[in-house]
Design a protein around this ligand. Structure first.
Ligand code: NDP
Length: 482
């Protein structure tokens, strides 16, 4: 046995991760259910490093030094369970099974428990960066035991993206913590993309300019605080022309956004934990809405030419100011989406006892992953300065950024509403800020109504205790907590 780490599941992601490991000097055991994938990897890239290919799972396990570390990179769900089952029959106590797939964190918690009972370590690991990241340096979010990370840490930190000499890999916390954080990362990715899409829509309809023109605006924005991978590729996409028609490429792509489900998982989890991640939720629903083609067509037919069918023309008075307003609104909304995502991480951490360091999460998202961005450094700094920060929005840098952009933000949303351009994530993010900062919320009325129809009780602003008013009786108030 001589391989330091193994990879089973050599489709796009597994193959690239294995090549990344080998290129970084690790001896990598290879296995795939159908041997063709293993053979083609050896034929095409066998010279990139030290690979030990195996055709059977037994041979694969036997080729690893102890404690054995096996990365499972197969289809998430039942396939992952089947492979883990097969592996556990062959591994010995102290060995480590690493699931790098997009697994729901509750599955990871379950599997960790099962494997721990057999004396095995199970490390649910979030990997972001797609194919390209897997090959050249992803962002790696491993859960599992501290003991397992002692073995895996040096490997992960070597193959991860590096930013300013700091690896984009860190031990996130026990059992499902890594997959949980990866899930929230993907949720934030949904919000980021939706905000960019709303910005594009506003600029295109509001200014009446071509996608190529908007690409130049995004390229300009990428030189400032919005600098990020997603802004950069947005400029690339918008400047691309369709090869067959010569039209702007974006105009030949069907406007129905798909999803593999991590946004939905994030929203479901946030609902369970009671965390208002409105930006991510709106972004997820916006994708769903875009896919309801029958409803969209029916609404287009029904409302065409009717009152309220506003034309964007003339809504923008000062084009230069409008571009700056959209930029400010985008940045402020993005800050809200991240603030909510980090609140969600904190809530998960408390619920499951993971003790996640939010600053460290911002650090490992600076490179390798899809949401990599310049401003993650600011988030890291904010949590380093104040570990118990109530919200990112109240950290001095972010508070200043939002306050400086809020006038623009209101102008953009007002213009969007007048023009009939939907901006669900821009609008809900501003509503979130306005709700947080408002001294009195109408929640008091909701409490009254709940007490009226359901005797659900309420608290008062001027006295301790829990009360109920006899709404259907003589309207007298009773204290009910004694
Ligand atoms: P796929 O999700 O397409 O899975 C294909 C691989 O799974 C093949 O190696 C296939 O083997 C294997 N497989 C499927 N069913 C079984 C089974 N029952 N038993 C054994 N092996 C099985 O591969 P990807 O490389 O696209 O993704 C791998 C994982 O990474 C997934 O969980 C995915 O969600 C995640 N992913 C993560 C991304 C990221 O950015 N982090 C991006 C893309 C994916 P065979 O060749 O024999 O069919």
């Amino acid at each position: 046995a001589r391989a330091q780490i193994g990879v089973t599941g050599l489709s796009v992601m597994g193959r690239n991760l294995a090549r990344n490991l080998a290129r970084n000097g690790f001896t990598v055991a290879l296995h795939n259910r159908s041997v063709e994938r293993t053979r083609s990897l050896m034929a095409e890239h066998g010279d990139e490093g030290d690979f030990v290919p195996s055709e059977s799972m037994e041979e694969f396990v036997a080729s690893l030094t102890r404690p054995r570390a096996v990365i499972v990179m197969v289809k998430a769900g039942a396939a992952t369970d089947a492979v883990i089952e097969e592996l556990t029959g062959l591994l010995e106590p102290g060995d480590i099974v690493i699931d790098c797939g997009n697994t729901h964190y509750t599955d990871t918690i379950r599997r960790e428990k099962d494997l721990a009972a057999k004396g095995l370590h199970f490390v649910g690991t979030g990997v972001s960066g797609g194919e390209e990241g897997a090959l050249n340096g992803p962002s790696i979010m491993p859960g599992g035991s501290v003991e397992a990370y002692r073995t895996l840490g040096p490997i992960f930190e070597k193959i991860a993206a590096q930013v300013d000499g700091v690896p984009c890999a860190v031990h996130v916390g026990p059992d499902g913590a890594g997959h949980f954080v990866k899930m929230v990362h993907n949720g934030i990715e949904y919000a980021d993309m939706q905000l960019i899409a709303e910005s594009y829509d506003l600029l295109r309809s509001g200014l009446g300019v071509s996608p190529g023109h908007i690409a130049a605006i995004f390229r300009e924005w990428n030189r400032g605080e919005l600098e990020s991978f997603l802004i950069e590729i947005t400029a690339d996409v918008l400047s691309h022309e369709d090869r067959s028609t010569g039209k702007p490429f974006i105009d030949v792509v069907a406007d129905r956004a798909e999803q593999k489900g991590t946004g939905r998982w994030t929203v479901q989890s946030a609902l369970d934990l009671g965390i208002p991640i409105t930006g991510i939720a709106e972004a997820t629903f916006a994708r769903s809405l875009s896919g309801h083609v029958d409803q969209r067509q029916a609404a287009q037919r029904t409302f065409e030419g009717r009152a309220g069918d506003v034309d964007p023309a003339g809504v923008v008075e000062d084009p230069k100011q409008f571009v700056e307003d959209v930029r400010n609104a985008l940045y402020a909304s993005k800050i809200v989406a991240y603030a909510q995502g980090f609140d969600h991480i904190q809530a998960g951490s408390e619920e499951y006892g993971w003790d996640i360091d939010r600053g460290a999460m911002a650090t490992i998202w600076r490179g390798g992953c899809i949401i990599r961005a310049r401003f993650l450094d600011r988030i890291r700094a904010a949590y380093e300065e104040t570990p118990g920060l109530e919200s990112l929005l109240v950290a001095p840098y972010f508070a200043d950024a939002v306050a400086a952009g809020v006038e623009s933000w209101r102008r953009v949303i007002a213009a969007a509403v007048r023009a009939g351009i939907p901006t669900p994530t821009f609008s809900s993010s501003l509503a979130y800020l306005d709700a947080l900062r408002r001294p009195r919320l109408p929640a008091a009325l909701i409490q009254c109504l709940r007490d009226d129809f359901g005797a659900h009780t309420y608290q008062r602003v001027d006295r301790e205790g829990t009360f109920h008013t006899l709404w259907a009786g003589d309207m007298s108030e009773q204290r009910v907590d004694k």
